[in-house]
Design a protein around this ligand. Structure first.
Ligand code: GDP
Ligand code: MG
Length: 162
């Protein structure tokens, strides 16, 4: 069994872009499982030393009502099957209340968390990271998933749990 890494965060922060950056190696296997796993996308990352399964999720809003509750259930399943969580946030939008709510939920899982501060392209990285430092997550990394910058460093930060 390969270790599982779940990508979680608000909608639109760049989870799927990161998923593609991690899994679009030549022999990537991307499977959309039908039915109940509609909102979860699995792929294999073969970059770096050890292969691992990546689970893309539909995104947590931090406010769970109606359809959001359905997606949230899927995200919780992804969290439950993961060895390590990549919490993706958006440096351009900054720290939002929903991010705090999502982090609370991730922490309740007891799983290790790596914070990926995405969309740092064209930004002052130091400033971008500074705002999220208040989360107190030791593994906090700048990322530009769209430009594949910081992807290798992210994989390296996951290694202890792979
Ligand atoms: P998801 O909803 O979290 O899966 O987010 P997506 O991967 O669908 O990306 C949402 C939007 O953010 C898209 O328009 C992406 O092109 C854009 N995006 C993703 N990563 C980056 C990045 O590193 N830099 C910038 N500037 N935009 C990005
Ligand atoms: Mg997505």
């Amino acid at each position: 069994m390969l270790p599982v890494v779940a990508l979680v965060g608000r909608p639109n922060v760049g989870k799927s872009t990161l998923f593609n950056a991690l899994t679009h190696s030549r022999d990537a296997l991307v499977a959309d499982l039908p039915g109940v796993t509609r909102d979860r996308h699995y792929g294999i990352c073969r970059l770096g030393g050890r292969p691992f399964v990546v689970v893309d999720t539909g995104g947590l809003s931090g406010v769970e009502e109606g359809l959001d509750a359905l997606t949230a259930r899927q995200v919780r399943r992804a969290i439950a099957e993961a060895q390590v969580l990549v919490f993706v946030v958006d440096a351009r939008e900054g720290l939002l209340p929903q991010d705090r709510a999502i982090l609370d939920e991730l922490r309740r899982s007891g799983k290790p968390i790596v914070l990926a501060v995405n969309k740092t392209d064209g930004l002052d990285v130091h400033e971008a990271l500074g705002e999220f430092a208040r989360f107190g997550i030791a593994a906090t990394l700048p990322l530009s998933a769209a430009h594949r910058r910081g992807v290798d460093e992210l994989i390296e930060a996951l290694l202890p749990w792979l």
